[in-house]
Design a protein around this ligand. Sequence first.
Ligand code: SF4
Length: 247
Amino acid sequence: MTLTVTNPPALKYPKERSLTMPQKQARKNLRIKAPSKNELDLMSRVDTVLAVMRKSNPNPKCELYYETPFQLLISVVLSAQATDKSVNAAMEPLHRNGLNPKSILDMGEERFLACIRSIGLAPTKAKNVLKLSKIIHLEYHDEIPKTREQLEALPGVGRKTANVILGEIFREPTLAVDTHVFRVSQRLGFHKESSPEKAEKKLLRVVKSTWLPDAHHWFILHGRYTCLARNPKCDTCAVAKFCSWHQ
Ligand code: SF4
């Protein structure tokens, strides 16, 4: 018997509808560049370093003292260009006393400023804290907002503060790049960027989301206690053999 093979009929795909501008933009936003070979190597080095950091500190904690999400927000706003230690010294007694948006409004700007005088840029920060407390009290019924857009719209709250709140309170996979995170990740060879914003973008490509948001604490604590700005303690650093700066 002879079999006759015939070509199957050509498939016809439905013609794609033309996209509207917002649809085109949404599609563009979704187009994530695949990691290059170098980035894949880097990702595996980042994994190794973070695994070492996790081993020595499995549950890293924020060193700012707070009892409520609102109190953390206030302390993070106050910590810009100041140390956590100086913020805790001023704020811990107030937080223990139940500081909330209404109690700040009742205190008024002058009395609040007197409490935070020892912290850098106190007058500007006091103004922002009063405005921010009013918004949270009136518009959010004393709860802090949950989205980046809402957080960044508050006075004195920038991207870094929003990242800290989203990571620490809502456990979102964020990475707030402060001076310690920037320096440590740069020395380790994880980025060569010139600004915290660019570094954040690069780090979010090479730090897997399973490490977030804890990686933020590991980098900060490493920068605060080992990889110091002036005299890094390379001799006792647990990740020295993976560090480009030290080699
Ligand atoms: S080896 Fe030195 S420079 Fe590198 S991460 Fe450790 S302390 Fe920092």
